[in-house]
Design a binder for this molecule. Structure first.
Ligand code: DAH
Length: 339
């Protein structure tokens, strides 16, 4: 019996087939119920018990080898997709699914386009920043508690190298190099040292806006933001500005829009109030203009900053922020036709 096993093993080592059918013939010859290997298994019951262990092991090895070899052959023909084993070059190619834009990119682009229509140009700044551009030039005094409001990732201390906590830093960079009129928006990624949860992440995206010229007023700010809200969330959207505080704007405000989910009736998104906050804004503090080399006696300006994830949530009602950053294609594919 051992000899027979050996002989079959040699045979199997050299098996070849020219087609799927031939492979099937081989399977029948060796592995089907009447196949030569199965027959050996039938004969196994007659093996004297002292030999059973050795022969049993050899038989199992043989069966595994044969199964593996025949499966390999089968696979070659399946991969080639045709039975002669050659490739048909006239077959049409596999269609490729185009990729989809990430929802954050979709919304960031949409925000940019809306402000483009009002003449705002796009500018970008570095993610790795220094203290001056993120805090000092924006009127955060050294010991100002507002610096603690934003838990900062420091790369180096003294001189400070840090990841920007907001895109307001780009305001400073642009004003340092450009004289008014300035009308621009700054989309980008920002970083804060926060524990990751459904509602917070250590990085996210903002779009900052800046308009500096002679005679820019708070009503210009209001009208610009109203236009944005209606373009983004629909003609029926209304806005309200609540007084607030930011070191770099005076006066400052936070802007709510009428809830785009319930239309203002009250729902979980707006916690029953009918309003949801979407951005911070205000008139650029004259001290900031001066820090950046712009004459605050001649020029005034407004600025605003919004979170892209927040706007995306309102548009698409994504409940868990982490979904934006895991890049699970099952999530991303849902935005295929979004834009
Ligand atoms: N930088 C602020 C933040 O990250 C947002 C902001 C508020 C930007 C008011 C502005 C502004 O330009 O005027 O929370």
């Amino acid at each position: 019996m051992l000899d027979k096993i050996k002989q079959l093993q040699e045979e199997i080592g050299t098996l070849v087939a020219k087609s799927k059918e031939e492979t099937e013939q081989l399977r029948i010859k060796y592995l089907s119920k009447k196949g030569s290997i199965s027959q050996l298994f039938d004969e196994f019951k007659n093996v004297p018990s002292e030999m059973k262990r050795e022969i049993g092991q050899a038989l199992n090895i043989l069966k595994n080898q044969a199964t593996e070899r025949i499966n390999d052959l089968k696979e070659t023909f399946e991969e080639q997709g045709n039975e002669t084993g050659s490739v048909d070059l006239t077959m049409p190619g596999d269609s490729m699914k185009p990729g989809t834009r990430h929802p954050i990119s979709l919304v960031k682009n949409e925000i940019s386009e809306i402000f483009n229509r009002l003449g705002f140009k796009i500018a970008e700044g570095p993610e790795i920043e220094d203290d001056w551009h993120v805090f000092s030039a924006l009127n955060f005094p050294l010991e100002h508690p507002a610096r603690d409001m934003q838990d900062t990732f420091f790369i180096e201390k003294d001189p400070d190298v840090l990841l920007r906590t907001h895109t307001s830093s780009v305001q400073v960079r642009v004003m340092e190099h450009t004289q008014p009129p300035i009308r621009a928006i700054f989309p980008g990624r920002v970083f804060r040292n926060e524990a990751i949860s459904a509602r917070a992440h250590c990085f996210f995206h903002q779009v900052e806006g800046l308009y500096v010229d002679e005679n820019v007023s708070f009503s210009d700010l209001r009208q610009t933001l109203l236009y944005f809200a209606k373009e983004m969330f629909g003609e029926d959207t209304s806005i309200r500005l609540r007084p607030s505080y930011f070191p770099f704007t005076e006066p400052s405000a936070e802007m709510d829009i009428s809830c785009s989910i319930c239309g203002g009736k009250g729902c979980a998104m707006c916690k029953g109030t009918g309003w949801v906050e979407i951005l911070g804004c205000g008139m650029v503090d004259p001290a900031v203009l001066d820090s950046c080399g712009i004459d605050s006696k001649k020029y005034t300006g407004f600025a605003f900053g919004m979170g892209v994830e927040r706007i995306t949530n309102l548009k698409y009602q994504v409940k868990d922020l982490r979904l934006f950053f895991e890049n699970d294609v099952r999530f991303l594919k849902q935005f295929e036709s979004a834009y």
